[in-house]
Design a protein around this ligand. Structure first.
Ligand SMILES: *Cc1c(COP(=O)(O)O)cnc(C)c1O
Length: 430
């Protein structure tokens, strides 16, 4: 099924990118556990290596199972093309790689997954890149942070850990006016809740480790390109607009048009950085995506139930879920994520740090893990774990204050989740 865009989401999540196997008729996408592919003849091999013909050469670049997943996520996000990567963090580096060079910077939201903060503050410096952290609720500050060396703007649709909703159309307008691509990490929303490309994003990145696979079995990532950005307009993106020496002076944007970014990511990015997804992992993620809409609807329904119950409980100070009327971010739901504000949020326990630690030890259904987006409900106390190295002011700025517990609400019976939190709060605040 390749002519997908007219199909609905629930059809695409099952069929996009997949067709009965041409060799055997196998209905489910086979796991093509192979490193290499036999060339028809010497001319065929030469054409593939010259990018004159599209086909399979070597699984660091492309693999049929992995390709099916890339096409499915591209269809669900409304993109022109996609590339699968070995993790969400790999997808982020792969998104920046064609855009950046030593001395260039990105303007990024302060509200990001903790690992992304570390990647952007520490690791990318080794490439000579830098990130400028800005409060994305302050549009003037975003504009002011952009300079001649800025090459991209980066944010999350529904941001970790508090579930803050980014005003993507407003940020996209700023990026457009500056002639810059907007990269949106859509991990915690998924394309079921939020479609960043329709809201003006150029690139979308995913940690497929989370809701796309959905049950905590895989580490993977996906990078989707809208195909709409003019990489040749400003001269700022020579990797895409100028002759590529490793391919006889081929210009990616001129040659591949809306697929330039995708082809560059495979032919240069995967070839030389090697952040490739393996076919077994792609298979698990394809299986997960088949039920994405059903799971996300239930994740959201449960999150609303649990957050509403917590907010009314006297042992709880406040809840940060954007799906609650009390949230300043709820007004952004109709435009950014009309089907729900996700299932990730924090709540403040009366009794502070000590009560939080007791609560974590008292829960029975919730699992104490550093992950999110699982069918299982998950809990973590950031201040004593992921944000342990920070001082209290830094913890507060990151949304990981000592009195906050983060929940990733699963798809179990919501009454059981509430009962579990009820008994754990009783023991934690006794
Ligand atoms: C987990 C996560 C990542 C990193 O993904 P990995 O697959 O763990 O590399 C990036 N962004 C968000 C929002 C995440 O939740």
């Amino acid at each position: 099924m390749t002519d997908g865009p007219s199909y609905g989401f629930d059809t695409l999540q099952i069929h996009a990118g997949a067709k009965p196997d041409s060799a055997t008729g196998a209905r489910q996408t086979p796991i093509y556990q192979t490193t290499a592919y036999v060339f028809r003849d010497a001319d065929h091999a030469a054409a593939l290596f010259n990018l004159q013909e599209v086909g399979f050469i070597y699984s660091r670049l492309t693999n049929p199972t992995v390709q099916a997943l890339a096409e499915r996520v591209a269809a669900l996000e409304g993109g022109a093309g996609a590339v699968c990567c070995s993790s969400g963090h790999a997808a982020q580096i792969m998104a920046l790689f064609p855009l950046m060079a030593p001395g260039r910077n990105i303007v990024v939201s302060t509200r990001l997954y903790g690992g992304t903060v570390t990647q952007f503050t520490q690791t990318i410096k080794r490439f000579g890149w830098s990130a400028r952290f800005v409060d994305f609720d302050d549009e003037d500050a975003v504009r002011a942070a952009i300079d001649d060396d800025t090459r991209a703007i980066f944010c999350e649709s529904i941001a970790n850990p508090g579930g803050y909703i980014t005003d993507i159309p407003a940020i996209a307008a700023i990026a457009d006016a500056a002639g810059l691509p907007l990269i949106v990490d859509n991990t915690s929303a998924t394309p079921y809740l939020c479609r960043p490309i329709e809201l003006g994003a150029t690139l979308v990145v995913h940690s497929a480790t989370k809701y796309l696979t959905g049950n905590g079995t895989v580490t993977g990532g996906v990078l989707v390109d809208s195909g709409t950005f003019d990489w040749s307009a400003s001269g700022k993106y020579p990797s895409l607009s100028e002759p590529e020496p490793a391919y006889h002076g081929l210009k990616f944007h001129e040659t591949f048009g809306p697929l330039a970014f995708t082809f560059h990511s495979i032919a240069i990015g995967l070839r030389d950085l090697g952040m490739t997804l393996n076919p077994q992992a792609a298979h698990y993620t394809l299986m997960g995506i088949e039920t994405l809409s059903l799971r996300m609807a239930r994740h959201v329904e449960n999150a609303v139930r649990v957050a509403t119950w917590l907010e009314s409980d006297p042992r709880v100070d406040y809840v940060t879920y954007a799906g609650l009327d009390s949230s300043p971010y709820k007004s952004r739901m109709p435009t950014v994520c009309p089907k729900g504000a996700g299932a990730l949020f924090t709540f403040a326990v009366k009794g502070g740090y000590d009560a939080c630690v007791k609560l974590i030890d008292a829960v029975e259904i919730f699992s104490h893990v550093a992950n999110l987006g699982d069918t299982r409900s998950l809990i973590i106390h950031s201040a004593s774990t992921t944000h342990r190295q920070l001082d209290e002011n830094q913890q507060r700025a990151a949304g990981a204050a000592p009195e906050l517990v983060r929940l990733s609400i699963g798809i179990e019976d919501p009454d059981d989740l509430i009962a579990d939190l009820d008994q754990a709060l009783a023991r934690a605040t006794a």
